[in-house]
Design a protein around this ligand. Structure first.
Ligand SMILES: C[S@@+](CC[C@H](N)C(=O)[O-])C[C@H]1O[C@@H](n2cnc3c(N)ncnc32)[C@H](O)[C@@H]1O
Length: 290
């Protein structure tokens, strides 16, 4: 792997900036196998929608610890290249470790907020983002930045969570965390929220406003399989930044009570073959005009 990456985490003298997502980096990465299986079909659809093939130069936005980055790197091959970007320096460090362990040498990383990516004119053939865009409070800025990084005719594809009724576990997690923290309920479509881009029609409108053409949207079912609801909650406890952040100010015992409450409520999704949490993703595909 090329190590000539750009690292731009904001720092002041003697102060290292810790992004909230840094705290979930190890947890997200340690559940990589489960995440890979959960999102395998959707990831293949995203790469297909972006028409990623051998030799392509691809931008991966909010790449995390790089599960889809590695899939892209394999797909583009030795003559292609992937730039994995993320706001968390800690999670990108794990993406680099994973690329090295997989013996992939066509990946670079760059710490960057999707909303201020700063890659205008980079001329990528394609840009993708898996479960990252919805965390942007200004998703239109992120889409404009993605478009600016593409060559004319370049492809964009992204996966986000769809509507609350099709992602009931997310509602249970969020509402329970807020209640235990003594906070009022929040709109699932609030900017930056887990399902913020699931609001019907919103992502297509934003893509259009950002200047993309040929916009296509479809939903993909992505049930999440775990042995028990407790295993799912343990995953969220270490990897789910939005929920972790709500509970973080509480004493340890109060946090435990909240996680226990979530695990108990989520038993409703027990099946004879284990726990299956329904999830629905929205896949968008679009092109940068010629
Ligand atoms: C749910 S994880 C998904 C990671 C990876 N794409 C995957 O699917 O495995 C969300 C990722 O979005 C990143 N993220 C959140 N807000 C971001 C922003 N404004 N700009 C760039 N990355 C962001 C987080 O650091 C985290 O790595």
């Amino acid at each position: 792997m090329n190590t000539s990456r750009t690292e731009a985490a904001p720092q002041a003298a003697n102060v290292v900036f810790i992004h909230p997502w840094d705290k979930a980096a190890a947890g997200w990465n340690s559940h990589a196998a489960a995440i890979h299986e959960w999102l395998a079909e959707a990831t293949a659809a995203m790469l297909g929608a972006a028409r990623i093939g051998p030799g392509a130069r691809v931008l991966d936005i909010a790449a995390g610890s790089g599960d889809q980055t590695l899939a892209i790197a394999r797909c583009v091959g030795a003559h292609g290249h992937v730039l994995a970007t993320d706001v968390s320096a800690a999670i990108l460090a794990l993406a680099r470790d994973n690329a090295r362990a997989a013996d992939l040498h066509n990946i670079d990383t760059r710490v960057a907020d999707a909303q201020t990516l700063g890659l205008e004119g980079a001329g990528f053939d394609a840009a993708v983002s898996r479960l990252g865009l919805m965390f942007c409070e200004a998703p239109l800025d992120a889409l404009r930045e993605a478009r600016a990084a593409l060559k004319p005719g370049g492809r964009f594809s992204a996966l986000v969570f769809s509507q609350p009724q099709h992602n009931p576990c997310l509602g249970v997690l969020m509402n329970t965390a807020l209640r235990h923290a003594g906070l009022p309920p929040r709109s699932p479509y609030a900017p930056g929220a887990l399902m913020s881009l699931g609001e019907p029609g919103l992502l297509a409108r934003l893509l259009h406003t950002a200047g993309f053409s040929g916009i296509e949207m479809r939903t993909i079912a992505a049930p999440f399989h775990w042995p028990t609801s407790r295993d799912y909650v343990d995953f969220v406890r270490t990897s789910g930044t939005p929920i972790m952040e709500i509970l973080a100010p509480l004493p340890a015992a109060a946090q435990r009570a909240a996680w226990d409450d979530m695990a108990a409520q989520l038993k409703v999704f027990d099946t004879p073959g284990g726990w299956v949490g329904p999830n629905e993703l929205l896949l968008c595909a679009a092109a940068c005009p010629l």
